[in-house]
Ligand binder design. Structure first.
Ligand code: MLT
Length: 262
């Protein structure tokens, strides 16, 4: 489905009934990455998956946006769907967007799931890396972006032994366009440090991390849990950065246990 909000068409799916769960995907993927959770959860919950601007079936606009713009897109979709409060699940860049959402519209958030993400802003080195990757996207296209990103997204074991999974992730990346990817990179490089926000997050929060995540390692998850007043940490063995796809059953179970406890 697509909806026109804030001057842009956004792709999304809205499936099932009951308590709303809103999923925000990672960079440089799209809502398809949540397929295992949508399939497992839509018989029990209302599952909403959004394609962020510049991804999947959403329009891609080459302009200077911030992650607050992405968060406002999420707000607009949730309002369009007449959802007053929801549990929001964000992985990596999706988590960065949830920090923005919490800063702007905490009343919409019943509970948070922060997966394979970090609270801190980019270091100078990380910003330089983003600029370099933006040049790769601009000059060489999404296939070169996939080559660079795949070793960061998946655990070494998955890369070696699960070629079908590697190809699935590659095809999701190839379905995005360089403009959207470049906009993401600039927006992520500019995001503020969310560490000061953590102590004021009053909703229940589940932090999930893949044991072999090298992009946002378990130390980042501990850093957040140590500062979030109502949080719980689940570490998933046999998973890298894309823990929800690499170990879908474990990820979904952790999510269900968290949601059903509220
Ligand atoms: C992601 O998975 O969204 C990215 O790894 C986030 C990042 O590059 O910081």
């Amino acid at each position: 489905m697509r909806v026109s909000v804030r001057g842009i068409n956004l792709g999304y799916t809205d499936e099932g009934h009951g308590e709303p769960l809103v999923f925000i995907h990672a960079f440089p993927l799209s809502r398809i990455m949540w397929e295992p959770q949508r399939e497992a959860l839509a018989s029990r919950y209302r599952v909403i998956n959004i394609d962020l601007r510049g991804h999947g079936e959403s329009d891609s606009i080459l302009w200077h946006f911030t992650l607050d713009d992405y968060a406002e897109d999420v707000v607009a979709l949730v309002q369009h769907l007449h959802i007053e409060r929801a549990t929001f699940v964000g992985l990596s860049m999706g988590g960065y967007i949830l920090f923005s959402l919490y800063r702007r519209r905490p009343e919409l958030i019943k509970a948070l799931v922060l997966a394979d993400t970090r609270a801190q802003a980019d270091s100078e080195e990380a910003k330089a890396g983003r600029m370099a990757l933006a040049q790769v996207a601009y000059r060489k296209g999404m296939s070169a972006v996939a080559d660079q990103m795949l070793p960061k997204l998946l655990a070494p074991g998955s890369l070696k032994t699960r070629p079908e999974l590697v190809e699935r992730i590659r095809s999701i990346i190839l379905n995005n366009d360089p403009a959207g990817t470049i906009v993401d990179l600039m927006a992520m490089a500019e995001r503020p440090d969310s560490t000061p926000l953590l102590a004021s997050v009053t909703c229940p929060t589940l932090v999930i991390v893949g044991e072999d995540d090298i992009a946002t390692p378990p130390s980042e998850a501990h850093y957040m849990v140590d500062r979030l007043p109502q949080s719980k940490l689940i570490t998933i063995p046999g998973a890298g950065h894309l823990s929800n796809i690499e170990q879908p059953e474990r990820f979904t179970q952790a999510l269900m246990d968290f949601v059903s406890a509220r």
